[in-house]
Design a protein around this ligand. Structure first.
Ligand SMILES: *Cc1c(COP(=O)(O)O)cnc(C)c1O
Length: 379
């Protein structure tokens, strides 16, 4: 049995007619960049999230840079970011000309640790980028208090958390500005690259909308130095089709996560292999289903899974403070022990809304068989 890490084709088969209709509608309209389709998508996302403004752009990475620029963050400013996240979170800060200041994460959720933020605030701290990692919101309450006390901005990197909730509010409404990615593997996935910035502030929204078209307003006058980060109408039209289904997709992800949990409990794998924690303060969306594999077995287990037709992936094998391209920031091994340990232990198992129970049984049984074989070899 083959169980891919992620399978986009199943979703396409289910929505094929609606997606093809949407594509035809855009091609027939002759308006393929920004325009009414993008505006309709922006309105629908704003309504879904319960936020004032949503501005589409070319990617999640660009959304981060647009948000930083809208806040005038640049040289001399510090932005606190978790070191255990996707590269773009910190790269956006460097692209803006500011300095990323890394922070460690909570060992059980892998989300940024509020205490780590408190310890790294300086007079130069302009913002914190809070990543809602793997589809679960970070613990915002203490971060809100810190932002209030020290006067920094909160930027949400909600790339993996479309539809996630914290205390009944959706990710994308929990900070000053928020960034989404619609990369195909995200909770709401385009058929290519796409992204979005959300905010309740009309001035920031207008600034993001201007920056994505070269900072131009009116035509051929450039009050800001922007760049091209426009959203294609084709992607917007496809995303509108999927947005109508996204709650059902998220419910299916949560159901799959519950089934994994039950299968793991049944196999009694204990601390050999256990999932990251799910907090009761909100709603997880399981963009990834990530387990920790103890005792240095992770890489061998991953090879074992691959041999049995199961896709698995390491998010992330190297924390950002140890990335070669950030060498000049002066961090060293041992600076962020929790993140460094997570990098040795995390493994993402197959997860997508259409994942079936027999597929999941195959995944967990194959994991269990690996550990039984390990015990035999050790004996
Ligand atoms: C995917 C992702 C991004 C970047 O989004 P792209 O659309 O691929 O540019 C940024 N941050 C996180 C946490 C992500 O997972």
């Amino acid at each position: 049995m083959q169980v891919p890490l992620f399978d986009m084709r199943v979703q396409y088969r289910g929505l094929q007619k609606s997606i093809e209709d949407a594509v035809h509608r855009v091609l027939a309209s002759g308006q393929v960049i920004l325009g009414p389709e993008v505006e309709a998508f922006e309105k629908e996302v704003a309504q879904y999230l319960g936020v004032g403004y949503a501005v589409g752009c070319a990617s999640g990475s660009d959304a981060l840079l647009l948000a930083l620029k809208a806040l005038d963050i640049g040289p001399g400013d510090e932005v606190i970011v978790p070191t255990f996240t996707f590269f773009a979170t910190a790269a956006s800060v460097v692209r803006a000309g500011a300095t990323p200041v890394f922070a460690d994460v909570e060992p059980d959720t892998a989300n940024i640790h509020p205490r780590e933020i408190a310890e790294r605030v300086t007079a130069r701290t302009k913002a914190v980028i809070v990543v809602h990692l793997f589809g679960q919101c970070a613990d915002m309450e203490p971060i809100w208090r810190l932002a209030e006390r020290h006067g920094f901005y909160i930027l949400e990197d909600a790339a993996q958390a479309f539809g996630a909730e914290y205390q009944g509010k959706k990710a994308g409404t929990l900070g000053h500005l928020a960034c989404f990615s619609f990369y195909p593997t995200k909770n709401l996935g385009a058929c290519g690259d796409a992204g979005m910035v959300t905010t309740n502030d009309p001035d920031w929204a207008a600034r993001v909308a201007r920056l994505r078209v070269h900072g131009m307003e009116p035509k051929y006058y450039h009050p800001d130095l922007g760049w091209n980060s426009r959203l294609d109408a084709l992607q917007a039209a496809i995303l509108r089709v999927k947005l109508a289904w996204v709650e059902r997709f998220l419910d299916a992800r949560r159901a799959a996560a519950r089934r994994y949990q039950e299968l793991l409990e049944h196999e009694k794998l204990g601390y050999d292999l256990y999932p990251l924690a799910v907090r009761s303060y909100g709603k997880h969306t399981f963009n990834q289903y990530v387990v920790r594999v103890a005792h240095g077995q992770r890489d061998a287990l991953m090879r074992h899974l691959q041999l049995h037709g199961i896709g698995a992936e390491i998010y992330y094998p190297l924390p950002l403070h140890l990335q070669p391209c950030f060498r000049q920031l002066g961090y060293r091994g041992g600076d962020f022990p929790t993140s460094e340990q997570l990098c040795q232990e995390v493994l993402a198992l197959p997860m997508y809304p259409e994942l079936t129970y027999p597929q999941q049984k195959h995944v967990i049984h194959t994991c269990a068989a690996y550990f039984r074989q390990e015990v035999r070899l050790a004996a």
